[in-house]
Design a protein around this ligand. Structure first.
Ligand SMILES: Nc1ncnc2c1ncn2[C@@H]1O[C@H](COP(=O)(O)OP(=O)(O)O)[C@@H](O)[C@H]1O
Ligand SMILES: [Mg+2]
Length: 233
């Protein structure tokens, strides 16, 4: 039962402010979706949570423990898993080696590939010896999620996992997220632009515009014209 809370977070790139007093709560055993157009700060929010980019104000906590300035690997040890935008697979490493890169924050005794990864994405098992770069975009996305599951996270954050992926694999990814929530009890924070995917999966939603949270509520709110306005291109 691990809650992720972000309170009044500011984030800057030099003089440019990308997040303004952003507050969100990702509840245990729920999928929370953060939506918004390109450039509104969604990835910046995940960089703040994972510690990839420092925040300039506010607090971020996992299960009530404030993360302060802890490094990304320390946050991984605390139970935070991260699937970055664009997947960031190592193209010249095999699928097996890509999964092994997830071992980095783990002690030697903890280093084993959870079987759940292959239950959720059987294609990865049949492709363990293939190079990451030879996989399709959808298979690479499954690999990126698998790699994040290697640390057995309690909180999983994903940055646009459906981006540029064929519909059949989007369905597989949706089912995987439901399994992780319902059977594994994970807290899931999902950044997305694909409305139907969020409508189907999300328990809670937040809508961002220009670095700020403009709306928080439930998935059904996505049909509200005032909410839609922030999502239109
Ligand atoms: N490394 C960076 N350096 C400077 N500005 C950045 C950097 N990354 C993102 N930005 C800017 O911050 C804003 C938010 O970007 P981002 O968080 O990537 O948005 P989103 O993920 O919603 O598309 C944009 O204006 C973007 O140009
Ligand atoms: Mg982004």
């Amino acid at each position: 039962m691990t809650e992720l809370t972000v309170e009044n977070v500011d984030l800057h790139y030099g003089a440019a402010q990308a997040l303004r007093r952003v507050s969100i709560t990702a509840r245990p055993e729920k999928i929370t979706a953060v939506m918004g157009r390109n450039g509104v700060g969604k990835s910046s929010l995940l960089r703040a949570i994972t510690g990839v980019h420092p925040i300039s104000g506010g607090t971020i906590s996992i299960a009530g423990t404030e993360l302060k300035r802890s490094a990304p690997y320390a946050r991984a040890r605390m139970g935070l898993g991260y699937v970055p935008q664009g997947r960031e697979i190592f193209p010249l490493l095999t699928v097996r080696e890509n999964l092994y890169t997830g071992y980095a924050p783990l002690k030697l005794s903890e280093r084993a590939i959870p079987e759940t990864i292959f239950t959720l994405f059987p294609v990865l098992k049949s492709m363990l010896g293939r190079r990451g770069g030879d996989l399709s975009g959808g298979q690479q996305q499954q690999l990126a999620i698998g790699r994040a599951l290697v640390t057995r996270p309690k909180v999983l954050v994903l940055d646009e996992p459906t981006e540029g992926i064929q519909p059949s694999i989007i369905k597989d990814i949706g089912r995987a997220l439901q399994f992780l929530r319902d059977e594994m009890g994970m807290t899931i924070l999902l950044v997305e632009q694909y409305l139907d995917f969020c409508r189907e999966l999300a328990d809670d939603i937040y809508v961002m515009d220009r670095g700020e949270i403009m709306h928080s509520g439930v998935a059904a709110d996505l049909d509200d014209p005032d909410v839609k306005r922030h999502l239109m291109v």
